[in-house]
Design a protein around this ligand. Structure first.
Ligand code: HPA
Length: 276
């Protein structure tokens, strides 16, 4: 089924009208507590999600609702400061719209970042984990419903959900910078309650290394649309039952700040490399 005149076309039109130079091929979605990464961007234009029809207005502390257009170490980039989560009660449409809008604007590479709990004791809070695959435990698939052929096929491949070339490139940068970047599988739960220790044990058996409440639907939509995805989790806590402590969003935000510093350094070096 072909759909036209969606909010996606309107949003893409608004964004394109504000880009004076080269259309960015990279977009970056910032996860909880990773907002400071945006400070690294030389911003040319900021667009509030309020002005982009169909974009989600975030309701969670640690998430802004604005799009930054500019450059990062000389590379044109679009940065989404804030995303919709299913646990906020947002419809799947609110997750789809920003990603398909980026595709329509001309973005080819999508960097998804998130705050996550780690299932591996050796990757404690402050660590970064390069996502090499995902497990959709959210209970939803954002492609359910009529397929929009403009973006991709009815049945889309997820064999290389997190692009091997992008992973190799960022791993090389991490190595050169002395930043630890282990790879791992991200499992998404819908939330908003954190997991039980029994769930975490089950997820470990399933092969998960990090757990969070975002990223998976965005990755599915991006793959469907033929975009390359790079995913990085910043570990804010050891998953439930691993540390003996209760989990809290405040801790997530606080610990996220440490990982955000490493993530800033990593992405700055990556973009410096590709623009040279
Ligand atoms: N579980 C789910 N989502 C999260 C966690 C967690 O432990 N930490 C940060 N986001």
């Amino acid at each position: 089924m072909t759909q036209t005149n969606t909010p996606i076309d309107a949003c893409a039109g608004i964004i394109k009208s504000k880009i004076s130079g080269e259309v960015p091929k990279y977009a970056l979605v910032l996860g909880s507590g990773l907002g400071e990464l945006a400070e690294q961007i030389e911003v040319e234009t900021e667009i509030s999600y309020d002005d982009l029809p169909g974009f989600p207005i975030p309701t969670v502390e640690g998430h802004h609702g604005s799009m930054l257009i500019g450059t990062l170490m000389g590379t044109p980039i679009i940065c989404l400061q804030g995303r919709a989560h299913l646990y906020e009660g947002h419809s799947v449409e609110k997750i789809i719209t920003p990603i398909r809008t980026l595709k329509t604007v001309g973005v080819e590479n999508l960097i998804l970042t998130n705050a996550a709990g780690s299932l591996d004791a050796e990757n404690g809070s402050g660590s970064l984990v390069l996502i090499n695959d995902q497990i959709n435990f959210s209970g939803i698939n954002p492609l359910v419903g009529p397929n929009d052929e403009r973006f991709g096929p009815r049945f889309s491949d997820m064999s290389f959900a997190y692009d091997p070339d992008l992973r190799k490139a960022i791993s090389e940068v991490a190595k050169a910078e002395g930043i630890k970047l282990p790879e791992g599988v991200y499992i998404m739960v819908k939330g908003p309650s954190f997991e039980t220790p029994a769930e975490i044990r089950a997820f470990r058996t399933l092969g998960a290394n990090v757990v969070g409440m975002s990223t998976v639907p965005e990755c599915i939509i991006a793959n469907h649309a033929g975009m390359k995805v790079l995913g990085i989790s910043s570990v804010t806590n050891l998953a439930a039952g691993m540390s003996g402590n209760a989990l809290s969003h405040a801790e997530t935000l606080e610990e996220g700040k440490n990982a955000a510093k490493n993530l800033s350094k990593l992405l700055k070096s990556y973009f410096a490399k590709i623009s040279s």
